[in-house]
Design a protein around this ligand. Structure first.
Ligand code: DQA
Length: 145
């Protein structure tokens, strides 16, 4: 099984950024642990602070290169029609993931432009949200066969 994880803006600062909300582990550290749990998975990773970079990556991977994409679009979740359009345009299933429970925070985080075009949403489980995303792709692909 091949998957791509995309992290959006400010998520390069995980471990440093607001640790009370996002935890104190860097994503590189977490990714190593995740890969060691899923040795039979090929997990590619991309992070960008730029909307266009995320869209280009969705286009690149969105036509059969991987079985699924786990996307934490960061604040673009709440603002980007362009990322939502990119997800609609591709054929690979995309799962929306958030580290924090966006519904327990500010009102503006409760709206997502990308939820309606993703196959599902996982939020609020800390970095474990990404592992849950992997599990959901695994099940989704199995049930599609
Ligand atoms: C986030 C939640 C977003 O509202 C925020 O802008 C982020 C991170 C999360 O993973 O909890 O950058 O996507």
């Amino acid at each position: 099984m091949n998957v791509l994880i995309i992290n959006g803006p400010n998520l390069n600062l995980l471990g440093v950024r607001e640790p009370g909300i996002y935890g104190s582990k860097s994503f590189d550290e977490y990714l190593k642990e995740l890969k060691s749990l899923y040795l039979n998975f090929s997990i590619d990773y991309y992070q960008s602070n730029h909307e266009g970079g995320i869209i280009d990556k969705l286009h690149e991977y969105g036509f059969g290169k991987v079985d699924g994409i786990i996307l934490n679009a960061g604040a673009y979740t709440h603002t980007s029609i362009a990322i939502a359009d990119a997800i609609s345009a591709i054929s690979t299933p995309v799962i929306e993931v958030h580290i924090s429970n966006v519904h327990s925070r500010e009102q503006f985080r409760r709206h997502s432009f990308i939820s309606p075009v993703c196959i599902g949403v996982i939020a609020g489980f800390g970095l474990d949200s990404y592992r849950l995303g992997l599990e959901s792709i695994k099940e989704y692909v199995k049930n599609k066969k």
